[in-house]
Ligand binder design. Sequence first.
Ligand code: IPM
Ligand code: MG
Length: 366
Amino acid sequence: MEHYKIGIFAGDGIGPEIMVEGIKILKIIEQRNDISFELIPGAFGANAYFSHGNAFPDETKAICDKVDALIKGPIGLNHEDSKKIPIDMQPERGALLPMRRRLNTYANFRPVSLPKALGHFSPLKAEVIGEGIDLIMVRELVGGLYFGNKEVGVNAQGKRYVTEALEYDEDQIKRILIEAFKLSASRKKVLHNIHKSNVLKSSVLWNEVLDEVSPEFPDVEVKHMLVDAAATALCLDPSQFDVMVMENMFGDILSDQGGGILGSLGLMPSACIGPDKAYYEPSHGSAPDIAGQGIANPYSMIGSFAMMLEYSLGMHEEAKNVWDAMQGVFADGFSTADLSKSSADVIMLKTHEFGDKVAEKLLAQQ
Ligand code: IPM
Ligand code: MG
């Protein structure tokens, strides 16, 4: 029997309540396969700062080092509460980025996917959605502006100033492009390269490296698009995209727009993959305004578990079963509070009800 150690970092805000639903689904997978999971909880995020004095405590780092994969809930506080934590210890800068760097999870896969049957959740018109939205953004996750050199000070004129550098070397660019090409080769073989080479030198180097890598993947057609144009194209004609690759900051922004065209960031799971380690997380924030009310949509969280089954454990069929079960629940006419306004036509599910229905569907598949 295969045995896996899985780190479970529930995070802040709605994190713990959506994590419960992901674990509910994981237990079903465990029971019906020759596999066992040892779930190892770790303190991570603002809660860890308040309980351990550090948003990424040493105990949690030790868990990262010993597990086979990690699942992480959203972290962070609202704008006002964030001020209770020193800037460099806030969970984004003090926990998430250090974890990405520690695990070297340079490849972030963010599927933007909405079957035709769920098209009513999208703000886009039915004719724009056509047969559904099905693309995947590949975001570089450990370089660029997020990790570049930063300097804050007062200049000779007595003015406060800041400099933050967008830094990449060719190896960092090459490895993420290779991931995107490989993914594209396994899908529709059209790769959109998203850049800003009309302004940024970092994009000029990015595109040079792309020209060097591209001959290794002769089946994949590369299409170039400026990032600002891509933002428009995503709204007007998302079906032209299959795989999109981009640097860290562009990927942060465009992937949230991806959530927007689906109808909610609640439909955006993600996989963060490095050479030795991987972790999985919803692309959305911790939504402190609705935490504890049991109304958060656990789809991104459960979808992150599905991505772990696929990417870390090679359980492709079970991963697909989880997707089918989740989409099946919505296709049955149910909704969650992030996706629809309350009305007579909508049966709104609470967080645990959605998890229960997905579990029912999964069990019915056998
Ligand atoms: C994301 C998030 C993070 C990011 C934040 C929480 C630091 O927005 O994963 O997209 O900017 O990468
Ligand atoms: Mg983001």
